[in-house]
Structures are given as C-alpha cells and as structure tokens.
Write a protein that binds this ligand. Structure first.
Ligand code: ATP
Ligand code: MG
Length: 176
C-alpha cells in the first residue's frame, strides 16, 4: 500500500510535463511532499515556475539547465550543458536520499539522456537508491528501454493532432 512507483511519461504528444504536474497537485491534497527538478529548462519561463511557489512548502521546483540544447539560438557549448546536467543528477540524488519527499519528478530527464548529457546508468542508479516508498517520475520522449524495464507505470503520449501542425505557436498558460 505504501510502496511508491517508478512512473514514465514519454511519447511525441503533448502532456508529459503537465501530467506530472497534475499528479503533484493531486498528491498535495494529502499533504504529500513533492520535489520537481526540471532538466534543460533553466533559461525559459514556464508558468509552473511561478505558481509552484503558492504550493510551497509541499511542492518544491528547481529548474536547472540552459534552455534547449542544440535548438535554434542555443549558443551554450555542449560541455557546459553536460556539466549542468550532471549537477542536476547530483541534486536529484540528494533529494532522493533525503527521505523528505513522497514524489520526486525528474522532468525532461529522458531528453538529457538522449542528448548524451547524462548516462542512462546514472538514471538507473537513481531508481535503485530510492526508498521503496518514494515515487519517482521520469518525463521526456524517447525513454530508454532499460528505464521502461524498471518502471511500474509507463504512459506514451501519442500525437494525434497538435496546433503546431497548423502553424499555431506555443501558448502561454497551455504550453509554457
Ligand atoms: P507539456 O509541458 O505541455 O505537458 P510535454 O512535456 O509533453 O508538454 P515536451 O516534449 O516537454 O512536451 O515539450 C515542451 C514544449 O513543446 C511544450 O511547450 C509543449 O507544449 C510543446 N509540445 C509538446 N508536444 C508537442 C508536439 N507534438 N508538437 C509541438 N509542440 C509540442
Ligand atoms: Mg515536458
């Protein structure tokens, strides 16, 4: 009953990060403690970076990273991205070992793995060290099979339609 789960939200459809946020909102209803670490989102603003403050102290959000790697105007060298991603893994390790949380969300960690910023073995290690009552949520498309193998719950968001296909750009409050 008190056992936590390893949860993965992956796939090319929209809703991975917002699913994790929705779960956090639900868990706060039971005074559960949640820590969300956002990988590679540091230089952008997302609504949850502000609204999460209203949910403190139950909800803690830490954004680490420097925007999207290798996309458009990214001028940060890869080794800098790598160093920051490793720091984020270290923060995650401390949070997981602290025993302070019911849920730890590692948002976009699957992208960090796919971009070669962190090794899948580092993520597997985080899964291994967690106490059995902690739930660990991993988001991002193209999840590695090794992580699917150790997960209890894996949901693939599949795009059927997205407004981006019609040229509609990301919307405040919906996409960021
Ligand atoms: P969200 O944060 O809205 O739940 P996500 O976590 O599933 O989305 P990411 O892969 O993290 O999606 O992408 C981040 C950004 O890209 C968000 O602004 C999101 O709305 C947008 N996005 C997600 N899926 C698609 C898609 N299929 N086509 C275009 N843009 C998308
Ligand atoms: Mg996301």
């Amino acid at each position: 009953m008190d056992e936590g789960l390893v949860i993965v939200y992956t796939g090319n459809g929209k809703g991975k990060t917002t699913a994790a946020l929705g779960m956090a909102l639900r868990a706060i209803g039971y005074d559960h403690k949640i820590c969300m670490i956002q990988f590679i989102k540091g230089s952008w603003h997302y609504g949850e970076m502000t609204s999460s403050k209203r949910l403190e102290p139950e909800f803690e959000l830490t954004a680490v990273g420097k925007g999207f790697v290798g996309i458009l105007d990214d001028i940060t060298p890869k080794d800098v991205h790598q160093k920051i991603a490793r720091e984020a893994i270290e923060i995650a390790r401390q949070k997981i070992l602290s025993d302070n949380y019911d849920i730890v969300i590692l948002d976009e960690i699957n992208y960090a793995v796919n971009l070669g910023l962190v090794d899948v073995s580092d993520v597997l290690d985080l899964v291994k060290i967690r106490s059995k009552k902690l739930s660990l949520v991993l988001t991002g498309n193209h999840v590695k099979q090794q992580l699917v193998d150790v997960a209890d719950l894996v949901t693939e968001m599949r795009e059927i339609k997205h407004p981006f296909q019609k040229g509609i750009r990301a919307k405040r409050g919906i996409d960021f």
